[in-house]
Design a protein around this ligand. Sequence first.
Ligand code: NAI
Length: 248
Amino acid sequence: MHELTKQIVVITGSARGIGLAIAQRFASAQATVIVIDLNAELVDKAVQSLKAQGGKAFGYIGNVTDGKAIEELFARIVAEHGAIDTLINNAGVTRDNLVLRMKEEEWQLVMDINLKGTFICTQKVFKHMMKARQGSIINIASVIGLMGNAGQANYAASKGGMIAFTKSCAKEFASRNVRVNAVAPGFIETEMTAALSDDVRASYAKAIPLGKMGSPDEIAKLCLFLASEDSSYITGQTIAVDGGLTMH
Ligand code: NAI
């Protein structure tokens, strides 16, 4: 297990789902975990659960689309905790529709939160990481950003954009010893996917070489590796955690 005792890790959208699973993994590795999410009640609940498992956790309300607020929040976190060693851009949403029926607002909301939110948090954190001359930024993309998906053109464009953004930042930030990688989860068991019927789940499972959906913790384990010194020579990569669904 990777030991991250001195790490301060900021995870956006981590009050629930994959983000919370990532927070739990980092808390178990003794990192200081900073939970950022939209809703105070959910943030408090997440922080209490992380503390109950023996983790060092702090919660802040933040909207990744608000550049000024994120800039102030990151400055406050650095002042209060000393640094931000790892940023995980995990906050994300879907607004599925066929292209022909898609409203401009559905397109824009997904681009704003998934892609622009990633840009904003990355830009604001890099100011601190470049001074520290070290850091790891991990962008939670999706296999949909690699494969595309009918009914998810806005989401696919945002996640594909995150992958291209990851590569550009990796090139820009490398001389400051800041690494940037993307994780592309496949079909993961979350509240979102729990609502699917058994038939739909069985048909998805058939398309996956490993024959089953993944768990949020399987995403978290890769994040831990990408945050640690064990991945010190890895930057600009997109790593799929998808049971073999995509191979390239
Ligand atoms: P979720 O909906 O359970 O959690 C997303 C969290 O982000 C929520 O707590 C929400 O409040 C927060 N959030 C939304 N907008 C925000 C904003 N503007 N500022 C700050 N926080 C905000 O979603 P889930 O399933 O845990 O997904 C997490 C990430 O993983 C997303 O980026 C998603 O696209 C990606 N992903 C999920 C997959 C899955 O199967 N669940 C598959 C591939 C990628």
